[in-house]
Design a protein around this ligand. Structure first.
Ligand code: MN
Length: 210
């Protein structure tokens, strides 16, 4: 994207993207109550938080006042991470049997086979990554353009252990807020259910865009 030379418009804020399907469409794997809470409350919370962080920066600049940059940027990284990852998460799912589930095709299938030897091996490693996040976090399938290899990433919180600038192709949220309504403390059951709603076409599109 070209950077505008003369910027006169108001500074943009983050916005909650709408879900790309109805909140009940991922049932029975993710319930309407679970998905609505997750999107409307939790994702919204990161959008609100990131905008509040930006407001704080803006206010201090206007007043010429001092800021605790270390604390503020730590919060901003957390909130932006949360917003970006959730924004990737919703569209990399689709209703089971209507774009969701099955196995990958296209270039993505070739890349997975080349890296992991089989889809089943990839699936096992990704599931293990998700199940073993210490505390709150994510499993992600990322792509390294330096080596031309897909790589699994285990993100703690929303922003720790990230490989900077690697394109993220697919994410799975394993914060308790992502599954507690449906699966209580059984994160493994939620991880298993996720495979029924993966939107492989969208994951492949992200790879093709690189
Ligand atoms: Mn979440």
């Amino acid at each position: 994207m070209a950077v505008q030379k003369m910027v006169t418009s108001p500074l943009k804020k983050y916005e909650l993207p709408p879900l790309p399907y109805a909140p009940g469409d991922l049932e029975p794997h993710i319930s309407e109550e679970q998905l609505s809470l997750h999107h409307d409350k939790h994702h919204q919370g990161y959008v609100t938080g990131a905008n509040a962080n930006l407001d704080k920066l803006e206010k201090a600049r206007q007043e010429g006042s001092d800021l605790d940059m270390k604390a503020l940027l730590k919060e901003l990284s957390f909130n932006i991470g949360g917003h970006v990852l959730h924004s990737l998460f919703w569209p990399n799912m689709a209703p089971a049997g209507k774009g969701g589930g099955g196995t990958p095709g296209g270039n993505l299938a070739d890349r997975i086979d080349h890296e992991w030897g089989s889809f089943d091996r990839f699936k096992a490693e990704f599931s293990k990554t998700a199940s073993s996040v210490e505390g709150s976090g994510w499993a992600a399938l990322a792509y390294c353009t330096m080596t031309d290899r897909p790589m699994i990433m285990q993100i703690e919180k929303h922003n720790t252990n990230v490989y900077p600038t690697f394109q993220i192709l697919m994410v799975l949220d394993v914060w308790e807020h992502a599954y507690y309504v449906d699966y209580r403390n059984n994160r493994g059951q939620f991880v298993d259910a996720f495979w029924n709603v993966v939107n492989w076409d969208e994951v492949d599109r992200r790879l093709e865009k690189l």
